[in-house]
Design a protein around this ligand. Sequence first.
Ligand SMILES: NC(=O)c1ccc[n+]([C@@H]2O[C@H](COP(=O)([O-])OP(=O)(O)OC[C@H]3O[C@@H](n4cnc5c(N)ncnc54)[C@H](O)[C@@H]3O)[C@@H](O)[C@H]2O)c1
Length: 254
Amino acid sequence: MRLRNRVALVTGAVGAIGGAVAKAFAQEGAALCLADRAGTGGIAAEVAALGGRVIEAALDVTRRAEIDAAVAATLAAFGRLDILVNVAGIVSMGPAATLAETEWDRVLDINLKGSFLCCQAVIPAMRAQRYGRIVNLGSIIGKNGGNPRPWIDPAEQTRASNVAYGASKAGVHAMTFFLARELAADGITVNAVAPGPIATAMTTDFPAALAAMIPVGRMGRAEEVAEAVLFLAAETAGFINGEVLDVNGGMWAD
Ligand SMILES: NC(=O)c1ccc[n+]([C@@H]2O[C@H](COP(=O)([O-])OP(=O)(O)OC[C@H]3O[C@@H](n4cnc5c(N)ncnc54)[C@H](O)[C@@H]3O)[C@@H](O)[C@H]2O)c1
């Protein structure tokens, strides 16, 4: 029970990776606030069935007041807040040459600013406890310039390129480094997990030619990302701070 007596707020909890994190955390003894844009009924019920203590919060990560309300509800229900996992995110495909400015703003707002606002919102409670674990969801795309190879197959650029997404996730990585330094003295660690292609709704159209570039020979599973998040969220990871942990089957190494 690596998270016994710990309380976690997980955004994007309705999604594949958020749901896997929620279940993994519940199995390790954490109490949970599961947050997503609409209700989190299905996953909350699954967590409760595992014996987990759970509350739900409907929030948009771009809206500070809704995030603050979820943090307040978590503290009211469980008396503390030990772990934040920023999973909420969106993807957006297409060539950089024609990307709409509004789409750039939408992706950066949710993926980067949304994660930042959630981090800000939990700092006071974690500081007061002198303990905290923040795990952000980055991406291989924030490191590798994108997976498509338009010089080999121009169709890949349309189906799999996502410059706004990559820039937002590179921002998440940089934000992780800054917060890790700023908060370390308060007993709070800040790390990120950078998945490669994971078989979820987000990657339904991922081209087979690109999947074939993954050295382990398959796409990843949400549960494998959750395992990395769990590792960083545990008390035992206290000397790991400002790390971006790759979970990508060997597709990118740095
Ligand atoms: N699937 C992959 O291959 C992959 C790879 C690298 C990184 N990631 C990252 O992992 C995270 C989860 O991905 P997933 O595959 O589970 O995606 P998903 O689409 O299954 O889940 C994302 C969740 O975020 C929620 N969400 C979106 N916008 C929101 C907002 N404004 N406020 C609150 N919630 C919002 C959605 O409702 C959804 O439940 C994302 O941050 C994604 O960028 C995914």
